[in-house]
Design a binder for this molecule. Sequence first.
Ligand code: GDP
Ligand code: IMO
Ligand code: MG
Length: 434
Amino acid sequence: MPLQIIVGTQWGDEGKGRIVDWFAADSDIVARYNGGDNAGHSVTVGAKLFKLHLIPSGIIHPRPVAVLGNGMVINPKSLVDEIDMLQKAGIIVNPQRMRISHAAHLITPVHQALDKALEVARGKGNIGTTGRGIGPAYTDKASRRGLRVADLQSPDFSERLGNLIEEANQQLKMLGALTIEPLTTIKDFRQYSDAMLPYIADTSMEVDSALRAGQHILAEGAQGSLLDIDLGTYPFVTSSSTTAAGVFTGLGIGISAAAGAVVTGVCKSFQTRVGSGPFPTEVFDDLALQLRGTGANPWDEYGTTTGRARRVGWLDGVLLRYAVRINGLTELVITKLDILSGFKTLKLCVAYRQGDETMHSTFTDLPFGPSNLEGYEPVYEEFPGWTEDVSALRSWADLPQAAKDYLAAISRLTGIPVRLVSVGPEREQIVSAA
Ligand code: GDP
Ligand code: IMO
Ligand code: MG
């Protein structure tokens, strides 16, 4: 199994970071293939909580080499800050163990300014982006005027960055937003360039060589399947390919590596979403507070990147089946099972219903994808809850029967096995399937 892909099955924040950390112990390379610092991946090791935005979560282990693939958009300032944060925490980050694709695109301050100004212009219809410049950077990539990591070394880089800023400033003026001062940005980028230079590599070639040598490559997805630019709840999505197929273009590896790949879907035991867009199983009031938490614990449902309160709801099995289909998932990892302790009854959405009471139709798959969820009402199967605290458990046999029944229902609904369950944010708080 040289290639293992870790992908979120929902709208992000499923706990991918901590699950990547679990598998990274046995990996040779851990590679990010999409997105940028819109991602926020938390890894808790003992008293230390690492919040990673750009660097693959596997870097916390000493063994794997971290790769930032060509499918990413990289804000050099965030990268330099993250390297610094890790080094101060005693993690070794150097060019021997971290490689950045020459073909990844750069995020500049104008992309961030445009992201924010465009959101203001969208008014009530805003996407609720993270404001990190992701959409505008991928727009420039698709428009074929983006700046790439390799361009940092080019003699005309300052001129090209200056031109990009001037053009974006015209757009910012039209949007009534503050413009960006080119000279300061150009000066800052010279410094970032010096810091990044030693890490730049042909990561496509390096990952390919590692695959041929039979090494274990762990591909770490950012965001979640329902935020995919093509297959998610468009237009309330991010701008990259978050699904498993994105690994091949986002790392520059051939599709034949898919044969025999393990595709692990990380799924929270309930549903969360940050930002706007449809959410059929969303709940409110006291129930929402019980799922979200008050913010007193680091794992409560408040964004790692933006601090926003996440919307919460019951696990949506229709959307989960869709994620299994579009990613070709081979197994599931269920996170935050501990949060479900203490609910009298758990609900799992197994189908949608549309129409009035006499004329309704019920369906278990998604006609025309998930963009079109308005007007669909969830059909729930109910399960008895459990009262026991599961966070100290490490063996499947010890899980309460009600928890095993709930997990079995998820497996039945999706047709794939649950391989691991996480019962707390700590590295060791994992229960492996019997
Ligand atoms: P990611 O973006 O998919 O990596 O997920 P985030 O790190 O943004 O959000 C997941 C949050 O849940 C983080 O605060 C994790 O530390 C926490 N977490 C992960 N797994 C568990 C778990 O099993 N139980 C609890 N209580 N927290 C968890
Ligand atoms: P991780 O990797 C949750 C959401 C934003 C917004 C939409 C578009 O931590 O799971 P963008 O800034 O990407 O243009 O925002 O996508 N979003 C995330 N939600 N987790 C993430 O990443 C996200 N990255 C983007 O909230 O709704
Ligand atoms: Mg996150």
